[in-house]
Design a protein around this ligand. Sequence first.
Ligand code: VGL
Ligand code: ZN
Length: 189
Amino acid sequence: MIVMDFQTGDALVLVDLQNDFCPGGALPIEGGHEVVEAVNPWIAAATAAGIPVFASRDWHPEGHMSFQARGGPWPPHCLQDSDGAAFHPRLQLPADAIKVTKGVRFDQDQNSAFDQTGLADELRRRGISRVWVAGLAQDVCVAATALDGRQEGFEVMLIKEGTRPVTAEGGEEALERMQEAGVQVVNAD
Ligand code: VGL
Ligand code: ZN
């Protein structure tokens, strides 16, 4: 078990810690708000170690193709500039956190923070070789991000207490897929 063992060449990548994915939001994930509390110490440790913090956000146009009205799987969520799309108020993002905006395309969804955002190139440009991933949801955007991170050649550490799934079965299945792809699962407790 490796705990908050940050080193030069690391980045912390926080996926979609937005109001709509927390209880009371448009696409609530059970315990989503607890994830926010769980990642705050990781943000503090990263900042103390000089490790950059990236924060992705789902940022959909009105009537996005991933919404049920368009035949997609999801209720409307994370509408651009809405309160639901805002980062959770208790998330202690540093002022210099680098935001990664996704889900903006009209013609397709982007679950992974790497999907057509240029994130992989930006990480490489900064000399980053290992990413610590946490956020929502474990079986959707976190899994897609962790798997793409591996695909792009990064070491990937999944912060287990820093993520929750939409469904328990989906979460288990995603965890297996991530581990098979070489994602290391770590826990602070
Ligand atoms: C997500 C469902 C729809 C996520 C985004 O961030 O995991 N899930 N859009
Ligand atoms: Zn979405």
